[in-house]
Design a protein around this ligand. Sequence first.
Ligand SMILES: [Zn+2]
Ligand SMILES: [Zn+2]
Length: 357
Amino acid sequence: MQNRRNQRGDDIPALMRAMRIHRLGPMDGRAAPLTADRVETPAPGPCELLLSVSACGVCHTEIDEIEGRTPPAKLPMTPGHQVVGTVVGEGPDCRLGLLHERVGVAWIHSACGTCEWCLQGRENLCPEFRACGRDAAGGYAEFMTVPETFAHRIPDGIGDLEATPLLCAGAVGFRALRLCRLENGQPLGLTGFGASGHLVLQMANHLYPDSPVHVFARSGEEREFALSLGAAWAGGTRDKPAGSLNAIIDTTPAWLPVLSAMEVLAPGGRLVINAIRKEDGDRQVLAELDYDLHLWREKAITTVANVTRRDVADCLRLAAEIPLRPHVTSYPLEEANRALAELRLGGIRGAKVLRVL
Ligand SMILES: [Zn+2]
Ligand SMILES: [Zn+2]
């Protein structure tokens, strides 16, 4: 197979390294859910960019894909939806002048652009929404393609590795915070304190400086981390802060935190569930749902479905302004299986990122 050249004359190798999902099933007892493959380097189609990937974040959604809760559109599939890379090629009809730019790609890889949701700027709800690394090949590879209108310039001053968590945990967390409709001074709660929580806490402290942030987390290490980043209070899932909270963001895969959160929500408060899928492990706690305790007085529950391009762009801008620099632990691309296994175990602070270059 022949290498080809991009517009600048750089060599684009015909084959590239990719870590891919070949079959679905539980991760337990499977040391290597991803296979190291050499595959053909993709060519950008009309209005698409070719990226040379430098880093890709590792997300709990990859585990949901591997275990079949949000299965890939086809197999094998290259996962990865927090991608930072350099544009090394443009397909026909590209107009945005992004060649040689450093860009990021988030979970939203494309949407139709013409449906009622797309026209309202709620393209995350588009029926033809395609997810990066699930419906289109993602960033656990040396190269990938993306429509140019779904690539985001990364602001100067944010490194490749630290930019990746902003594209998922950061951007979706930013959307969750936006959906809270918080006013400065109103107390906010965060249930779960992983990759998203530690970013949302810092965004909330910047956007709503007078709002105390309360963090509910299982491990003492997470609670300490939250306090060190400026949380006003940190406790366990069933602990109760002194007063009620106007909004709570739940980033856990469990159901108990939903009940606990509804209980401490103020009248008219909102619970925003930021999780792609809830797991079935403690589903039985929902039988304890009590209308008066959990729902009465106009308490509302909503969910966050993915992200719009505006969320990603606004999150990147805010991160540059704060400045927000996510804590990351990096692994070489080939060690994606180890990164996923450690993510599943939990307990390590901040976000995991694959170094691809
Ligand atoms: Zn993600
Ligand atoms: Zn649409």
